[in-house]
Design a protein around this ligand. Structure first.
Ligand code: FAD
Length: 560
C-alpha cells in the first residue's frame, strides 16, 4: 500500500467552510477563474503558487523527466494544491490543471503561503503536514522528478544521486544496460560520453551536470539580489545553521542560509541518530534535517544551496553605522548582511595515502547512506574508524554486506565509541575488528575504481594485501575554516573558531561593549556548532547554539 492509501486524509485535507474563510484573508488577491483544462501551474515552474480551490476541481498530474505521466489526485473545494517546493518558491514537481468544468481558486505565492501557515496554527498544521507527506509520497512512489541515465556504478552518477537525496528531490535511475534506457539516449541524439544524463522534470536535459548545474536545472537556486541587506547571513545548513535559521526567522529577522552542499551537514550523513532528545526510536539524520529545512522555510528563511561562501569582507566595521558584511559566493555572486553566523561545521578527514583522490567516489566513500550501501550489497567491505560515526556506519552496513572488516589504529573501541554501539557491533556475526592496523596503499585505476588495498599492523609491522572494492573512511573531521582566510576571526590551535572571550583590541575598546555570547573576535560575527572551539560536537549542542545565538543577534541588530 502506498503512503497515499494509508494517510489519504492527512495528505489531502479538506478545509471547513470556516477555515476557507480564514485562509482567503491570507491570499494574494481575489479569486481567479480557470477554464476547463487550463494550466494553473507547470512542472518545473519556479515560484508556482499554491491554489485553494473554491469551486470546481484542480487536477494534479505527475510526470517524470522521461515524460511518463500519471494523475496524482483531483482537488475539490476546500483543498489546497502544492508541496514543500511552494514554501521556498522552488521548481514545482507536479502540474496543476483546472478540471473539465473549470475551477475557481485563490492563489498563495510563497510569502502568502507562509503567512497563512503561520497566521493560523490550525490550518498551518494541516497544510504543513500535507505538504511534507506529499513530498514523501513522491519520493517513495516514483513517477515524478528527474530521470538519471547512466551506469549505476559510475562515480558521477553516485554523486548526482547523493545530491538529489540530500536535497529531498525525487529521482529514478535507468541503467544504460537496459535496452529501454539505451533507446532513450539514442532518441535524444546523445552519445555515451555525455553520461550520466539527467532528464529534469521541467524538460531540461543535463549532461554530466555539476551540483550547481543540477540545482539550477531543477529550479532549486534562489534569486539573490546583491543590493538586498539581510539581518543575518548564516554560513552552513547543518543542525546549527538550520536551528539558528528557525529561531531567527521565527523572531522576524530576515535570514539567508548558504550551504555549499545541501542541507543537513554531517548529521545528514548519519544513518540513525539515537541520542537526540525526543526521538526514542532514533531518527535518520536526513529525516531530521528535512524537517528542520521545512521548518526554517515555513518561517521565511531563504535557503540557498549548493552555494558556498568563498570570502567574507569585514572592512568598514568601525564606521558609524558599520558597513554591512559582504559575502562572496563560489559562483561570484555577492550578498550583504548586517551580521554573520558561522555554522560551517567540520569536514571529513582524509586518509594520508597518495592514491586516495583516484578512488574518492570510485570505491572510497566518506559516509554510508542507502546509495553507498546499494553499491556494495553482498560484497566484502572495509571501513576505517573507531568513533561514533564509524560505529553507526558499521551497524548500518553490516546487515547489507557479506563481510565487514573494520580497521582502527588504536587498541580498542572503548575510548572512542559509545557503549551501546560497541555492544551492537559485538553482536554482528559478519564484522571483524582489526586493531593497531592502518591502511597504507590503495590499488586499482580511475576506470575500474578501487580493486585492492594493503594494511600494516602497527605493533608487528606485518603487512597484508586485500582484494577490496569498497572502503569507507570515518576517521573524524576538521573545522571548515579555509574560507575565513581574509576575515580576522581568531581561531584556536586546532583551527576552531573562538567565541565569547574578552578581546583586547582597539576595535572592541572603540565599540565600548564586551563580546556577546557566541560572538567571535570580529564584532557582529558569531560562531555556532561543531566549528566553535569548545563545542560538544553533537547534534543537540549544535541546535542549542543555534537557538542561543539569536538573543545575541537581536542585541547587535538593535538600533543604537
Ligand atoms: C556519520 C555521522 C554520524 C553522527 N552521528 C551523531 C549522533 O548520532 N548524535 C550526535 O549528537 N551527533 C552525531 N554526529 C555529529 C553531528 O552530526 C555534528 O555534531 C553536527 O552535524 C554538527 O552540526 P553543525 O551544523 O555545527 O555542522 P555540520 O553538520 O558539519 O554542517 C556544516 C555545514 O556547513 C556547510 N559549509 C561548510 N563550509 C561552507 C562554506 N564555506 N559555505 C557554505 N556552506 C559551508 C557544510 O556543507 C555543512 O553542510 C554524527 C556525525 C557524523 C559525520
Amino acid at each position: 500500500m502506498s503512503l497515499i492509501d494509508t494517510r489519504h486524509d492527512q495528505i489531502f485535507p479538506v478545509l471547513t467552510a470556516a477555515q476557507v474563510a480564514v485562509a482567503r484573508r491570507f491570499a494574494e488577491g481575489p479569486p481567479r477563474s480557470f477554464a476547463g483544462g487550463e494550466e494553473m501551474a507547470a512542472i518545473g515552474q519556479v515560484g508556482a503558487p499554491s491554489f485553494l480551490v473554491l469551486s470546481g476541481q484542480a487536477v494534479i498530474y505527475r510526470r517524470d523527466g522521461a515524460g511518463a505521466k500519471g494523475t496524482v489526485t483531483t482537488h475539490g473545494p476546500g483543498e489546497i494544491t502544492g508541496d514543500v517546493s511552494q514554501l521556498g518558491g522552488r521548481g514545482a514537481l507536479v502540474e496543476v490543471r483546472a478540471g473539465d468544468e473549470g475551477c475557481e481558486a485563490v492563489c498563495f505565492d510563497a510569502a502568502h503561503l507562509r503567512a497563512l501557515i503561520i497566521g493560523s496554527a490550525e490550518i498551518g498544521e494541516a497544510v504543513m503536514r500535507a505538504f511534507i507527506l506529499r513530498r514523501m509520497s513522491l519520493l517513495a512512489d516514483g513517477g515524478a522528478g528527474s530521470v538519471l541515465l547512466g551506469r549505476p556504478t559510475d562515480p558521477a552518477l553516485v554523486r548526482i544521486e547523493g545530491f538529489l537525496t540530500r536535497n529531498g528531490q525525487p529521482y529514478s535511475v535507468h541503467d544504460l544496460h537496459d535496452p529501454e534506457a539505451e533507446g532513450l539516449v539514442q532518441r535524444l541524439g546523445l552519445a555515451t560520453e555525455h553520461l550520466p544524463l539527467v532528464l529534469c522534470p521541467g524538460g531540461a536535459v543535463l549532461k554530466a551536470p555539476s551540483d550547481v548545474e543540477l540545482a539550477a536545472g531543477l529550479g532549486l537556486m534562489p534569486a539573490l539580489d546583491p543590493a538586498e541587506l539581510f539581518d543575518v547571513a548564516i554560513v552552513g545548513a547543518g543542525p546549527a545553521g538550520l536551528a539558528a535559521a528557525v529561531y531567527a526567522a521565527s523572531e522576524a529577522l530576515s535570514v539567508l542560509v548558504l550551504d555549499g552542499q545541501g542541507y543537513g551537514g554531517q548529521a545528514g550523513a548519519s544513518a540513525r541518530i539515537e541520542n537526540y532528545l525526543g526521538f526514542p526510536t532514533g531518527i535518520s539524520g536526513h529525516a531530521l534535517a528535512g524537517r528542520a529545512f521545512n521548518q526554517a522555510q515555513k518561517f521565511g528563511a531563504r535557503i540557498a544551496t549548493p552555494l558556498a561562501v568563498r570570502t567574507v569582507d569585514c572592512s568598514g566595521r568601525d564606521q558609524h553605522p558599520p558597513k554591512p558584511f559582504v559575502l562572496t559566493l563560489t559562483d561570484g555572486r555577492t550578498v550583504r548582511a548586517r551580521s554573520v553566523v558561522i555554522a560551517a561545521g567540520a569536514r571529513y578527514r582524509r586518509l594520508d595515502v597518495p592514491e586516495l583522490p583516484t578512488f574518492e567516489g570510485a570505491g572510497v566513500a566518506y559516509w554510508a547512506s542507502p546509495v553507498e550501501a546499494r553499491l556494495c550489497a553482498g560484497e566484502e567491505v572495509a571501513l576505517v574508524g573507531a568513533g561514533n560515526s564509524a560505529g553507526q556506519a558499521i551497524v548500518f552496513l553490516a546487515p547489507r554486506v557479506r563481510h565487514l572488516h573494520v580497521f582502527a589504529r588504536g587498541a580498542g573501541l572503548e575510548a572512542t565509541m559509545s557503549h551501546y554501539l560497541i555492544d551492537r557491533i559485538n553482536a554482528l556475526p559478519n564484522v571483524t575488528l582489526h586493531f593497531h592496523t592502518e591502511v597504507t596503499t590503495l590499488s586499482g585505476d580511475a576506470g575500474s575504481g578501487l580493486q585492492g588495498m594493503e594494511t600494516r599492523d602497527r605493533s608487528t609491522g606485518e603487512t597484508k594485501s586485500w582484494d577490496m572494492r569498497h572502503l569507507f573512511l570515518l576517521i573524524g573531521a576538521d573545522p571548515n575554516t579555509g574560507w575565513l582566510d581574509g576575515c580576522p576571526v581568531a581561531l584556536d590551535a586546532h583551527g576552531y573558531v573562538r567565541t565569547g572571550e574578552a578581546w583586547d583590541s582597539p576595535t572592541w575598546t572603540a565599540l565600548g561593549r564586551a563580546p556577546l555570547t557566541l560572538e567571535t573576535s570580529v564584532p557582529g560575527i558569531f560562531a555556532i556548532g561543531d566549528i566553535r572551539a569548545g563545542s560538544a560536537k553533537r547534534v543537540a549542542a549544535a541546535v542549542g547554539d543555534g537557538a542561543q545565538v539569536v538573543a545575541s543577534l537581536h542585541r547587535v541588530l538593535a538600533p543604537t
